[in-house]
Design a protein around this ligand. Structure first.
Ligand code: PLP
Length: 244
């Protein structure tokens, strides 16, 4: 079987992504420690995730609730899981119950889902959950995320009315083909400036989740603190991103 070769390749690919991320940070005088590389493992088997884990990596991203709650219990507890996709309010409890080591939810795009997450954290008695507000920077109606003009309001809601959530920053997904442009990144970084000013948050404490396989270096140069890299580490995904 070809599996071991694929796994060796994934660990090598991850190392190369981490090096490239580091270089991109240094290029613009940023601290490479402030950039988290999330290995986005959706559609990939637990055995492959395990391989990357054994190579020393701890930060993983998934974007389907059913998939992350299946995988997380089969993997070590010191993994730092990030939920990077759109979350339906009625799945908040399932997600939190199934993944005790969930570190961050990147896709909060409304008060309803924020409130559901807040309540679920409280009911489970777990420590506060870090969340990012998802911003639609591409203007695509099909994309989730809120309009840039509504960001301050939602951030304020999380900060003031969701005591079990830690409002930690902003996230964006670019175009439907998962690429982003400097314009998407610039929009997100402008939103950060607005939120920091309105809510009195320090910019250097603030997380930005932007950049994927094709554009993570550029995203880092433009201030990203979380790059979500899937196919460059794990290879192409076997089934389409969207079932229609
Ligand atoms: C799948 C996915 C990624 C990874 O995309 P690649 O182009 O494979 O690196 C990043 N972010 C989100 C939200 C995703 O769903």
């Amino acid at each position: 079987m070809a599996a071991p070769a694929v796994e060796a390749t994934a660990a090598t690919a991850l190392r190369s992504v981490i090096l490239r991320a580091r270089k991109a940070a240094e290029q613009v005088g940023r601290d490479p420690e402030r950039v988290r590389v999330l290995a986005v493992s959706k559609t990939k088997p637990v055995s492959l995730i395990r391989q990357i884990y054994d190579a020393g990596h701890r930060c993983f991203g998934e974007n389907y609730v059913q998939e992350i709650i299946d995988k997380a219990p089969q993997l070590p507890e010191d993994i730092e899981w990030h939920f990077v996709g759109h979350l339906q309010s009625n799945k908040a409890k399932t997600l939190l119950t199934g993944v005790p080591n969930l570190a961050m939810v990147h896709g909060v795009d409304g008060e309803k889902v924020a409130n559901h997450l807040d309540r679920a954290v409280s009911n489970l008695g777990r420590h506060p959950l870090k969340v990012l507000v998802q911003v639609n920077t591409s203007g695509e109606v099909s994309k989730s995320g809120i309009e840039p003009s509504s960001v301050v309001e939602l951030a304020r809601h999380v900060k003031l009315h969701c005591p079990n959530l830690v409002f930690s920053g902003l996230m964006t997904i670019g175009m439907p083909d998962y690429t982003s442009t400097p314009e998407n990144f610039r929009t997100l970084s402008n939103c950060r400036a607005d939120v920091c000013k309105a809510l009195g948050v320090a910019e250097d404490q603030f997380e930005l989740s932007m950049g994927m396989s094709g554009d993570f270096e550029q995203a880092i140069e433009m201030g990203s603190t979380n790059v979500r890299v899937g196919s460059t580490i794990f290879g192409p995904r076997e089934y389409p991103k969207k079932a229609t």
